[in-house]
Design a binder for this molecule. Sequence first.
Ligand code: AMP
Ligand code: MG
Length: 549
Amino acid sequence: MSTEPFAMALPEPGANDPVVLDGVRFVNRFTAELPADPEPANRVRQVTGAAFSRVRPTPVAAPRLLAHSPEVAGLLGLDAATVGSQAFAEVFGGNRLPAGADPYAACYGGHQFGNWAGQLGDGRAIALGEMVAPDGSHQTLQLKGAGPTPYSRGADGRAVLRSSIREFLCSEAMAHLGIPTTRALCLVATGDDVVRDMLYDGHPRPEPGAVVCRVAPSFVRFGTFQLPASRQDRDLLRQLVDFTIRADYPHLVGIDSFDGRVGAFFAEVCARSAALVVHWMRVGFVHGVLNTDNLSILGLTIDYGPYGWLENFDPGWTPNTTDAGGRRYRYGAQPQIVHWNLWQLANALVGVVEDPQPLQAALDGYGTLYEEGFNAMMAARLGWGSFAEGDEERLTELFGVLTAAEIDQVLFFRVLARVPAADADGRTDDELLAPLQQVWYRPEDATGPAGTAMVGWLRSWARRVALGGLGDDERRRIMDGLNPRFVLRNYLAQEVIDAAEAGDLSVLHEVADVLRRPYDEQPGRERFAARRPEWARHRVGCSMLSCSS
Ligand code: AMP
Ligand code: MG
């Protein structure tokens, strides 16, 4: 008879036990302090009187980490061993929860393409919870593509690899450009297929699925306030405003009256939004879907869908084929569209204040803030120092010159720093044009009327540089800090996607790495700065994107 009948192995950690992510401390203010949807069932419905619905990610077949951002991992205090573990892939693929998480989908509404769309909500995004990062900042971790929620309407709650790669790369590229944005911790392949009709033309096909973990101090959108306002739910609206000010604008909490706090809050949202659009206009980013549910209350770039990067300088350009008819969200319209969206936010906030005047004043101030920000940015990036009299005409002339031919705007501003301004008078036309050789999509334009117009502008630009008083070295340093050499060009993103879909992740990793230092020359990486090749001119994914993702 055995003397050890009771020797039992300790249970293995169960596949369903929460994963302890070392050092990660969840505080979950959003779910702790705002009203929850009382219905536990995860079925599509209208959710009223609540800011969110608790819902868990739907597990996937085979989560596998494809890429991560070392900077975001660092921000969250996640070390390399944690990031490299299988448990990490399982958490961020949605198969297991991290200890302390309180997952939810947020309830919000919005105007889509100018029309009120009613309730939208996180249809495929599930926040795991809000943690306190080692630097003391609060960061919410959100899985995009984690499965259905009560807000999924007719859709599947999933995301395809191509759109997830685009979100992952662009979030981080924007952050490295110094532009406010939601971040991306990681990109996880799910091992499941997702069926999409990429161009909405009746050709659905299965594509590989993926999940991106987005990170931001808040995912609250303009539409978060619009929905309760549209339902005359003042109580919820007031709670959301109060919470957002406390959580995300704590420096305003000391203002005595509620009205005063709301006015200051909205004024700051206006200022942050204006500053954000100035950044977009500088680097040539076109968001593509500036619906009110895609505008962040923190002035972050949020919801990377059919965005694109301006190649030749065309203010009328939009990457979004879904918007091809009206081109509401074209590059040049972004400043006005954001104003329109702020107006909708003000319309919602009016429901909780006694005096709407401060909201109106902030809204009216947006135009001036934007214009001043834009002018200052342009003067600095052109090497002029600050904006001065006569510059408005000089800028108008510049935009005329830039639209007279197909001129790559990223290359143009970058190489302008290399045009010798100090002794421009003693230079021939050819000498002045020489640094600009790469900017012309049709090289013959350089020797035609567009080239002549360019030289004329360069000479007036150089005279203005002299007035600004910056020496060539100092000028170049300032210009190089504002005019990136590397952006996520549309064709580059597509090259990454093509390679990744064929199983090669090296291009993804290399492009992510290039975009870490967008303002550096990075010798040997010229190819990532090249203007769009001809094959990409009309290629789907490069010049044409839809909301199908
Ligand atoms: P977007 O244009 O990405 O901002 O999405 C607009 C709305 O549609 C949001 O409420 C999304 O959550 C929802 N949505 C988009 N794609 C999906 C999807 N595949 N499954 C469920 N909801 C989705
Ligand atoms: Mg959205």
